[in-house]
Every structure is written in C-alpha cells, then in structure tokens.
Ligand binder design. Structure first.
Ligand code: GLY
Length: 376
C-alpha cells in the first residue's frame, strides 16, 4: 500500500518540477498549487520533497531540482529574507541540511550553520524563549512563543553537534521545556501560542492564532507537539519530552472522528459553520508517531495503541484523502486547512501536508526519517 502511494507521489513530483520552475508551491487552488517566491515559511517543504523523492527513486531530475532549491535558499540568506520569523528551522532543515545529509556537501553545511545563527537572533534572553513572529520589542508579538517552533529546534541541536558549541542546544532545550510547561495543558491538549511579559519574562497566558478559540486545541498545533517533543527527546535524551509526546499523541488519537482524519480544531462545536478537516495535521501526527514509536519498547503499555493509530491514520490518508490516480492533481493530499478563521485556504492542498505525508510513507516503507537529524 505504501509503495503504491510513494510511486504515485514521485510521478506527481516529477511532473510538478516542470510547472513550478523556480517558484514554490504554497497552498492549493483547486487541483493546482498557488506558486510563490522563496520568501515565506513554507518554501522548505518542496525542497524536502525533492530530496526525499530523489533518495527513494535515484532520479537525477529530482536531484538537480533539489540542488537548485538550495541555491535559492543561499540567495534568500544573502538577501536577509530570514529574519522576521522563527521558521528558519523548517526552511533550512529541509533544504540545505537535507543536502548535507544526502550529499555531505560542505557548502550546504555552512549555509545551514548560518541559518542556525539567524534563528539564535530570535532568542530573548530576559524571558528565555524564541520569539515566534515580528521584530524584537514588538508590542503585540514580542512576548509570544508558539508550539510550531518545536520543529525549528532540531536545527539548533544539530548546530551544537556540528560545531561543539553548546549555546544552540541550551537554547533549544530551554525552549522545549518552556513549551512543555506552558503550551501543553494538564490533559495533554495544547495552546497554539503563549505570551510572556517581555521585560520580566513572567508568564501571561495562552491564546490561539489559527485555532477555533483561545482555550481550544488547534489540531495542527497538537501534531507539531507530538513530533516536536519526540525529536527533542531524541536530541537531548530528556524523558520528560518523550512522555509529553506520548501523552499528546494519545490525546490526538482519542479525539479523532470516525474516519480517522482530524478536523482543524479538536473543540469545534457539533454545529460548527466550518467543519473542515486538516489532513496536514494528521500527516504531521503520523510522521511524529513513527518517530515516537522508534523510542518505545514494543512491549510497553500503550505501544500497540499508538502503532495502530499510526497505521489507521496512514490508511485513511492514502485511501480517502490522497490524490492517487488523479493525473491532473498537483497536490498529494486533499482537505488540508491553513487558517480557517482567517479565511486562508480552509480546504486545499497544503505543501507541508504533502511533505509530511511523503515523509511518513517513506518512514513506513524504508525507514528514511526526513532531515531533522543526522542518520546513524
Ligand atoms: N507553522 C504554521 C502553520 O502550521 O500554519
């Protein structure tokens, strides 16, 4: 089942290279992708898909296209389009770090280290957190962390491994701990974002940005938590991160609708006006579940539940949400949602949904685990 889905994805990637050219898919518009320049938080996912596709197929066209994206990320760095948000980890882990992991290209390694330094520029010493969005000192955004940041942290753990300098890892670990403490609630549900006083670092409170309401659980945020804490466990060995990932995964699986794919928020009322799915949240959760399971003993209580949650999710995505067999479709997964309340792409392809779906398929088929960490 996974092999067939991967092969369909590779054909779509090969076809898309021609139409996308030097631009990048962002979110869907019908059966096509809207294409953007290399200037948003999402550009790394297409690069990551090219690297994954190349590793699976050995197709030189994918390799050439993947290398070209890294050139584009180098030019982005030179132009300084890397400083206004924390998503530098998503961008450079899946582009230049992927090239380093696949080809041991030392220029790609250097570029990735520059990216880690850019992310460090968002570290706020007073509160000991990474500011997610906006300039330092910004009245609205200066004190905000968001759960998505957990996927930016592997870039920093990697930078410490590569340089021998602990500063990156220390900050990443503090951020992961702060996220565990303030973004994850007692029942393992989560806030999308949390505010701190910028001057004193005192906690203020949780709030949503893309979720249904302030106290609700935005499903994609929960999925970032499952995967992000599992990665922080791998890269620090702190068992609290493993436990948090496990609890968040159980929450995610226990709150799924019957067809096994998440709505965009776990707290939508039964008569919600916009009951969209977010297939991208389920794809991220699946890749995260695979990472989490790799750290658990098959005999431990809960393993079988999480393993069947992973398989059910992937079967549902492949059977009911994928575009397998649709030759006109540019995307791999239908019914993702970007920002429902904000009116942005509530029910389209999401390029990150496609990336994590492909990563999860490859994890299941041959154990290739993306580009978040060095391979053993
Ligand atoms: N990291 C932004 C999002 O998940 O929409």
């Amino acid at each position: 089942m996974w092999k067939h889905a991967i092969e369909d994805a590779i054909v779509k990637i090969q076809r898309n290279i021609g139409r996308f050219g030097d631009r990048y898919p962002h979110v869907g518009n019908g059966r096509q992708y809207s294409l953007i320049e290399n200037e948003d938080w999402t550009n790394g996912f297409w690069s990551g898909m090219l690297w994954l596709g190349y590793e699976y197929s050995g197709d030189r066209r994918l390799l050439d296209a993947a290398r070209k994206t890294v050139d584009s990320f180098r030019s982005r760095m030179e132009q300084g389009i890397v400083l206004d948000h924390h998503d530098i980890g998503f961008l450079y882990s899946l582009s230049s770090k992927a090239q380093w992991i696949v080809e041991r290209d030392t220029n790609a390694r250097e570029l990735t280290l520059l990216a880690a330094d850019c992310l460090m520029a968002r570290w706020r010493r007073q509160g000991e957190y990474f500011q997610a969005w906006g300039p330092e000192g910004d009245t609205a955004e200066g004190g905000r962390i968001i759960i998505d940041c957990l996927l930016n942290l592997p870039l920093l753990y990697w930078a410490s491994e590569q340089t021998g300098k602990p500063v990156y890892k220390t900050a990443a670990e503090l951020q992961a701990n702060k996220s565990r403490r303030y973004l994850v609630r007692g029942d393992a549900s989560s806030y999308h974002t949390f505010f701190f006083n910028q001057e004193t670092g005192e906690p203020i409170g949780g709030a949503t940005h893309q979720g249904y309401t302030n106290g609700s659980t935005w499903t994609r945020g929960q999925a970032w938590g499952i995967y992000g804490f599992a990665l922080s466990y791998r890269l620090t060995g702190d068992p609290q991160f493993l436990d948090t990932s496990k609890r968040m995964a159980r929450y995610f699986l226990e709150h799924l609708p019957e067809d096994g794919v998440a709505y965009w928020d776990f707290n939508l009322p039964p008569d919600a006006e916009r009951p969209y799915r977010d297939s991208s949240a389920s794809a991220i959760a699946a890749a995260g579940l695979h990472e989490l399971l790799s750290h658990l003993d098959e005999k431990e209580p809960g393993y079988a539940y999480l393993r069947s949650g992973l398989l059910n999710t992937m079967e549902a995505l492949v059977s009911h949400y994928s575009t397998i067999g649709d030759e006109q479709a540019e995307g791999l997964l239908k019914h993702g949602s970007y920002h429902v309340r904000g009116g942005q792409a509530p029910d389209e392809y999401m390029i990150w949904g496609d990336y994590f779906y492909l990563e999860a398929l490859l994890r299941l088929e041959n154990g290739i685990g993306g580009y978040w960490y060095e391979r053993g």
